[in-house]
Ligand binder design. Structure first.
Ligand code: EPU
Length: 339
């Protein structure tokens, strides 16, 4: 297992900020993680568990320990005529896993193509895109307790999945390291194409196949979302807000074109990107901290911005949306550090 002291985090956050951490530990196996948590190796608390840093905003140096699991391996656990249970180590690159499932003809993850990050973060964040959330496929999550190294398996219900949320971000935040995730997929996939832009894009190649759905999702994402290897960003910076139906109705009267969708919770989900766009932020910048010019929900590091500058820009955006629409935007990314 690799252990680095006083290391730059530039490679470990997709905004590309050059903050430092006192210590970075990269366990390669579940056994190595267990030995760490049983105290066989000294590490300084508190501990920050991270994947590839694709949903995090550092605003200062991290004066303690960061752990990024590098646990690999994709396995077929069980397969019958219609169903297949696969598992992947927490350190597997998410899109490599999606590509592998699509090549095998296993359906369920194709709408989640090209989402940056690692397998271990998918249940934590309940990643979602184009009408699918990963909770729809997760059968169980294997995790190790940080307190004593004990292994626990959480079934789908135990995970308390919600929109971009789960028990791992709530009640037991920071208490477990996810080591392996089990996904229930199907060999006879029912493709989900109800998301407007996906439905339009899929018409281009003609046949509605697993591979074409993956390609259509990749095409849409590439056209709207900046590649973090080229422009630092962490995907959607804010969550889409859910408001009461009466609040949505009065907004609809003022803004008839406003996108609004019924939410599972009974409220109405609005598009944060649209709200920010309406406030005139799309393509704007304050120094090198910018709002992406093709999707206002994505904040970008246009060169030498630091975490505090991106944070300050996000505060300005929140203020505009509050003043214009009386809606309080909530950040989707996790802010780590002093403000
Ligand atoms: N819109 C605008 N202007 C903008 C951005 C969006 O008018 O600058 C409008 C769009 O025209 C559309 C609506 O807002 O009518 C929604 O936009 P889009 O389809 O791009 O999706 P989103 O709600 O902004 C969410 C997820 C994305 C996911 C897409 C596709 C959240 C916070 N974001 O974005 O997830 O890829 O749907 O399903 O739920 C992520 O979490 O990092 C992420 C990229």
């Amino acid at each position: 297992m690799k252990i680095f002291r006083n290391i730059s985090l530039k490679k470990y956050n997709t905004f590309g900020f050059d903050y430092r951490a006192n210590c970075l530990i990269l366990p390669k196996t579940e056994e190595e993680a267990i030995s760490l948590f049983r105290g066989e190796i000294f590490w300084e608390k508190p501990l920050l568990i991270m994947g590839s840093g694709s949903n995090i905003l550092f605003t200062s140096d991290f004066k303690s320990t960061i752990l990024c699991p590098e646990i690999g391996g994709i396995k077929i656990e069980e397969q019958d005529r219609e169903n297949v249970l696969i598992s992947a180590g927490a350190g597997v690159n998410w899109d490599n896993l999606v590509e592998w499932t699509v090549n095998k003809g296993f359906g369920g993850l194709e709408n989640l193509s090209l989402i940056p990050g690692l397998v271990g973060a998918t249940p934590v964040q309940n990643i979602g895109a184009y009408g699918v959330e990963v909770k729809d496929t997760i059968e169980k999550v294997r995790a190790v307790s940080i307190e004593d190294g004990a292994i626990t398996e959480f079934n789908n219900n135990d995970c308390r999945f919600e929109y971009r949320n789960s028990i791992f971000k709530g009640k037991i935040k920071g208490k477990y390291l996810v080591t392996r995730v089990y996904y229930r997929l199907t060999t006879n996939p029912l493709l989900k194409l109800d998301y407007g832009s996906l439905n339009d894009e899929i018409k281009k190649p003609g046949d509605v196949t697993l591979k074409n759905v993956r390609q259509a999702v990749i095409n849409i994402r590439r056209s709207k979302l900046p590649d973090p290897k080229i422009i630092g960003n962490a995907g959607s910076f804010f969550k889409n807000p859910v408001v009461s139906s009466s609040a949505a109705e009065s907004l609809k009267k003022m803004y008839p074109q406003m996108p609004a969708y019924e939410d599972q919770s009974g409220g109405i989900k609005l598009a944060a990107g649209w709200l920010i766009d309406q406030c005139g932020w799309k393509g704007k910048r304050i120094g090198d901290a910018g709002v992406h010019d093709k999707q206002a929900l994505v904040l970008v590091n246009l060169g030498k911005a630091n975490g505090k500058e991106i944070y300050n820009l996000s505060e300005e955006i929140k203020k505009s949306v509050r003043e214009k629409f009386s809606i309080e935007l909530e950040r989707e990314v996790e802010v780590v550090g002093t403000i």
